[in-house]
Design a protein around this ligand. Sequence first.
Ligand code: HEC
Length: 152
Amino acid sequence: MRSSLIFKIVILAFVFILSQSFLTTGKDSKNAKDEMISYFQVGGTDWKAPTYADKLKNPLAVDAKATKDGKNLFTTNCSSCHGDKGDGNGPASATINPKPKNLTSKQVQEQSDGALFWKITTGKQPMVSWQSALTEKQRWSLVNYIRQLNKK
Ligand code: HEC
């Protein structure tokens, strides 16, 4: 019975293909989406946070404490590239491409807190993701500090 053998092979192939697609859709789709976004943005010039980031709520009050925490974290982790004043002229900025952003610029300051938080969390070459190195609270305090940069 040749035809029934072919039939069995077709069914087996079908089941195999189906199981593969189940395996891939089983992944955390939000993380997969984030991965894709950061993947496609490597090397680009226009870095945009996804729209859902605008809806993230900053849990910290804009007070002296959060800003001071942010300042300390910034000096330790960020100023080598972004500069002490956040203007993008840190010592490491000379050798990296693309250049670190001037965080005091209108283009950065007009973005939502959530968008800046998302970018700090996600990273984009040559800036690493700060998701595992810094807690969520620390990343929000950095957002608060960035807000203060051009008020001095
Ligand atoms: C290795 C150097 C480096 C370090 C360290 C670094 N950054 Fe960056 N950062 C960059 C570069 C380069 C970009 C621009 C990426 C692009 O647009 O292609 C950037 C972009 C950003 C942006 C997005 C600006 C925009 O265009 O909207 C934010 C916000 C930011 N950095 C915050 C931080 C914070 C906060 C830290 C410390 C926790 C930090 N960065 C540490 C290199 C660095």
